[in-house]
Design a protein around this ligand. Structure first.
Ligand code: SAH
Length: 229
């Protein structure tokens, strides 16, 4: 199965952007996933390519028109989920990323200005996803972040299938601290236990560290973990 991602945007030239480098870029070259950036302006009804208009009821900024965006969706959506990157959406979590990595088609709408006309969301049963509690200038950045996390989980993208297992969020805890050589640097030593070769003690230490870090930084995650156990 090959994930086919279609991006609806007024800045198609941004893509593939950082998705074209490193692991996600190689996976794109290898055909593990496909990316098509569609210019919403191509579906405008006037020669200026206008895609936005002023908000009904007043207020600042511009809103993306439902008719133009609707035409872009209808010409390009060939099945699967339609997602709108939106600060009002459900937060993107690693659980959600896993869910999306099982899809064959993802059509992703990137908003600009003050966002899009609400009726588009209703008409096409669009799912809204947020990448965090802050406001970006556009959905393109958010779409790339989401796709980066999704593509990383596709079979064949990471060299070592095991390498996602202990990561932050996979076990509902933040990751324990990691070290590499040199063993001593600027007077700071790698914790002895990690050099002991004692696998059980190492695992115990890593678990304790993960718990402590999670308790200090993200008590909300610990509570969620206890609730689900
Ligand atoms: N007026 C809107 C914000 C518009 S920001 C509001 O208050 O909700 C412009 C575009 O950037 C949005 O249409 C959306 O596609 C994207 N965007 C901004 N912040 C985002 C976030 N945290 N997650 C996902 N997309 C976001």
């Amino acid at each position: 199965m090959v994930l086919k991602a279609k991006i609806l945007t007024i800045f198609p030239e941004i893509f593939p952007g950082f998705l074209g480098t490193s692991l996600t870029g190689r996976a794109l070259e290898d055909g593990i996933w496909q990316l098509e950036a569609i210019n919403i302006r191509d579906y405008a009804f006037d020669k200026h390519g206008s895609v936005d208009d002023t908000p009904c009821g007043g207020g600042a900024g511009m809103i993306m028109r439902p008719d133009v965006l609707g035409a872009a969706i209808e010409h390009n959506h060939t099945g699967g989920k339609i997602i709108y990157m939106s600060p009002k959406g459900m937060p993107l979590t690693q659980a959600k990323v896993h869910e999306l990595s099982k899809e064959e088609n993802l059509t992703i709408i990137c908003g600009r200005f003050e966002g899009i006309d609400e009726r588009v969301l209703e008409e096409y049963s669009i799912e809204e996803i947020s990448i965090g509690d802050y406001i970006l200038t556009g959905g393109e950045q958010a779409a790339m972040v989401m796709l980066d996390a999704v593509v990383r989980l596709l079979p064949g993208v990471l060299g070592n299938a095991q390498s996602t297992e202990n990561e932050s969020f996979e076990q509902k805890l933040l990751e324990y601290p990691q070290y590499t050589r040199p063993i001593e640097w600027k007077g700071r030593k790698v914790p002895d236990v990690l050099m002991s070769g004692h696998h059980e003690n190492i695992a115990k230490w890593q678990r304790q560290q993960a718990l402590q870090i999670t308790k200090n930084r993200r008590p909300d995650l610990l509570e969620k973990m206890l609730d689900s156990e």
